[in-house]
Design a protein around this ligand. Structure first.
Ligand code: LMR
Length: 396
């Protein structure tokens, strides 16, 4: 059966981790996969998450099935975290299902759209996260890119984006990064979100918002401005949420897909389709991460502790951006590195050709995906000068 299969090339992001692990050089630096790291290079479990986990293990009396929709308390609380005060007013039009991470939410959302309207075309930013196209495109829907990033200004090409989206056919699906755009780090301002929401509403488009980094841009509230602006305005919206980064629950695969429908009748039908799709793909999601998140969000003191921990992660990423920008500027006076600090979240694009990214890997043992996306959380006091030297040489 499998003798005709050819081996595939490594995944463009996960393959970087494999190559990095194989490298025995003491100089090696991992700026690849998007995981937060502390100054010693560890990806910590937040203390509030550990505490909730300990209590959960002590109190849990059964491992019986939870059902395709997963942990209902988690579903409610995670959407309240994303939508804030809007969540209550939208509750009768919102149907949320726990998913296998944010990836599971994207895939399930795509399958749901395909069931609702099989000829839907999905519009994705150019560039977008390397796994968006495989995840959403595997549903069979056609994907088309919209202009997003102005590489010369290293900022959102907002006018081009808006005028492109303003010409899309009604009912097109528009995939948007809520914050911390992956891979560019370039985000929309609150005013730009307002303008985009007006166009999306006016043209009858359906936003599919990927909220993978809430709390990693500025804070939990401001990072949700985009999705809240849209949710307040449009009749239908899909929202994929990931708890991998802000709760540090990467391997627990904890996420949710919320669908806001135009009516509560449609919402009830959507809920049945979400459950059936999950049942057909994987039956039901793993419980552990969702149970932890539900307890953290339900307990005022754990929640406050967790919010402080997210705050210190984002503060560290901002200070690393400032440090990296300063070290590059010191090596290349006259070049403007303000963009490194202006961009948000874990990622920025170096703007170097693929051949230079291969040189960083082969000659300097500095690892990142071939598009030159750096995970700024992989920079540390110990390696910043080494990385700045190598990158500045290529940027000169
Ligand atoms: C990334 O972009 O590096 C992360 O979202 C991890 C992944 O699955 O690609």
């Amino acid at each position: 059966m499998f003798e005709t299969l050819e081996p595939l090339a490594p995944d463009s992001i996960l393959g970087v981790t494999i190559a990095y692990r194989r490298d025995t050089s003491p100089l090696k630096v991992d700026l690849g996969v998007g995981v937060y790291r502390d100054d010693s290079g560890n990806t910590p479990v937040p203390a509030a998450v550990r505490e909730a986990e300990r209590a959960l293990i002590g109190a849990q009396t059964t491992k019986s099935y939870v059902g395709p929709a997963g942990n209902l308390e988690f579903n409610e609380r995670i959407i309240a975290l994303a939508l804030g005060p809007l969540a209550a007013g939208l509750a009768d039009r919102t149907s949320t299902i726990q998913t296998v991470g944010g990836c599971g939410a994207l895939r399930l959302g795509a399958e749901l759209v395909k069931v609702g309207r099989p000829d839907t075309v999905v519009h994705v930013s150019d560039p977008t996260w390397a796994n968006h196209e495989p995840l959403v495109g595997s549903s069979g829907m056609r994907l088309v890119r919209y202009p997003y990033f102005d590489a010369a200004r290293r900022a959102v090409a907002f006018d081009a984006m808006l005028s492109h989206i303003d010409k899309l056919p009604t009912a097109s699906l528009v995939l948007l990064h809520a914050c911390c755009h992956n891979p560019t780090g370039a985000d929309l301002s609150p005013d730009q979100w307002q303008a985009l929401a007006a166009v999306i509403e006016h043209r009858g488009l359906v936003p599919f918002v990927d909220l993978a980094y809430q709390g990693f841009g500025d804070n939990l509230e401001t990072d949700a401005v985009g999705v809240r602006t849209l949710a307040a305005r449009v009749p239908e919206l899909l929202l994929a949420v990931s708890c991998s980064k802000n709760f540090g629950l990467y391997r627990e695969r904890t996420g949710a897909l919320a669908v806001i429908s135009a009516t509560s009748v449609a919402r009830n039908a959507v809920a049945t389709h979400q459950a059936r799709l999950a049942r057909r793909m994987y039956s039901m999601p793993p419980d552990h991460g969702a149970a932890i998140v539900a307890s953290v969000l339900a307990d005022a003191s754990l929640r406050q502790h967790w919010e402080e921990e997210v705050g210190s992660m984002v503060a560290r990423m901002k200070s690393l951006r400032a440090l990296f920008a300063a070290r590059l500027a010191a090596r290349l006076p006259g070049h403007d590195f303000g963009w490194v600090s202006r961009q948000r979240g874990m990622f920025s694009l170096l703007g170097l050709p693929e051949a230079d990214i291969a040189r960083l890997r082969d000659e300097h043992h500095i690892y990142m995906p071939p598009d030159g996306r750096v995970n700024v959380a992989g920079i540390s006091d110990a390696n910043v000068d080494y990385v700045a030297d190598a990158v500045a040489n290529l940027l000169a």
